[in-house]
Design a protein around this ligand. Structure first.
Ligand SMILES: [Cu+2]
Length: 174
């Protein structure tokens, strides 16, 4: 009888992860704050879901601030961007959901200290079923909103070509 019960308990415990957001992962998670004096900051990341079920992140926790909230930006009637707390981010099965500047983000209110460039800290994401995922977030206050976009890449290539031409001229002169 005891053995039957513990097997049942084991089966129940083993079955639970199947309900969780199995294929969930976080890529390129970084956080920033405006100035060293700022009392709030935000984290951005790409949430990926390779599993077969939709995931919904309903809360976030961290130790770096009094409150950690899920936020988005909305544009009001005057075209002014405002932050607003939301009750969750949906990450569809086989898809992803990006938290990015000017859009969805994890908000830290009442920072306990300065967010030092390069520092890492954990942010716990809570799913709708109560399971959790801990993401490691790196402070990057110098990250530009559109870093890595195509246009910037093109400009860098062009600059490189000009440098190469200049070096060839210099060699010919020697
Ligand atoms: Cu916010």
């Amino acid at each position: 009888m005891i053995r039957t019960l513990s097997l049942a308990a084991f089966a129940a415990a083993f079955a639970m992860p199947a309900l969780a957001c199995d294929g969930f992962s976080v890529q390129d998670a970084y956080a920033r704050t405006s100035t060293a004096m700022s009392v709030s900051g935000a984290a951005f990341m790409v949430m990926q879901n390779t599993g077969g079920a939709d995931c919904r992140v309903v809360a976030a926790r961290s130790d770096i601030a009094d409150r950690t909230e899920l936020h988005t930006h909305i544009q009001d009637a005057n075209g002014v961007m405002q932050m607003r707390q939301v009750d969750g981010f949906d990450v569809p099965a086989g898809g992803e959901h990006a938290l990015q500047r000017g859009g969805d983000h994890v908000m830290f209110l009442g920072l306990h200290g300065t967010m030092e460039q390069g520092a890492e800290f954990p942010v716990t994401l809570v799913f709708a079923d109560g399971t959790e995922y801990v993401a490691t977030v790196t402070v990057d206050n110098e990250r530009q909103p559109m870093q890595g976009m195509g246009m910037q890449h093109g400009q860098m290539q062009g600059h490189g070509q000009m440098q190469g031409h200049g070096q060839m001229q210099g060699q010919a002169g020697n």
